[in-house]
Design a protein. Structure first.
Length: 156
């Protein structure tokens, strides 16, 4: 069976628009009521504008803020820092993504938690070292007392 190409057919479309006069409300107190104009459909509504250029919140930015909020656990602050940096990079490439404030919040909170955890860890490490040296000095010999004094002089 052989098919032939049909000849092109021109289709004319006509669009009719109705122009209606504005609706006027009647007033009983004698004042002129305001005119209420109906939309003609020519202007773009906000809902139509949003559908053509939808903005959405970056999921990575939200995950960064949430995991950074749990930053006292340690690992989650590292995860939040990474997710926040990636989210900020994606937002510069894709202008439809929003949530920059969430990504910045996640990065700042992660840096805060990491700094705090490092400071607490350092204090605990030094404190435990001193405590160990003190324990050895009390229950050990004279050599440990000299070691304790030497250790304290290095720290101070």
């Amino acid at each position: 069976m052989v098919m032939r190409n049909p000849e092109p057919v021109e289709i004319e479309e006509t669009v009719e628009t109705k122009t209606e006069s504005p609706v006027v409300e009647e007033s009983t107190n004698g004042e002129q009521p305001p005119l209420i104009e109906e939309s003609t459909g020519d202007s773009e509504t906000p809902a139509a504008a949003e559908s053509t250029n939808p903005e959405r919140v970056s999921a990575l930015a939200v995950m960064s803020a949430v995991s950074s909020s749990l930053g006292f656990l340690g690992v989650t602050s590292l995860i939040g820092l990474g997710l926040g940096i990636i989210a900020l990079r994606q937002m510069t490439v894709n202008p439809q993504l929003t949530g920059r404030h969430l990504a910045i919040f996640g990065v700042c909170l992660s840096v805060f938690w990491l700094g705090l955890l490092i400071a607490i860890g350092s204090v605990l490490w030094v404190g435990l070292s001193l405590l160990k040296a003190l324990f050895n000095a009390i229950f050990g010999g004279d050599e440990t007392v000299a070691l304790l004094i030497d250790h304290c002089s290095r720290i101070c």
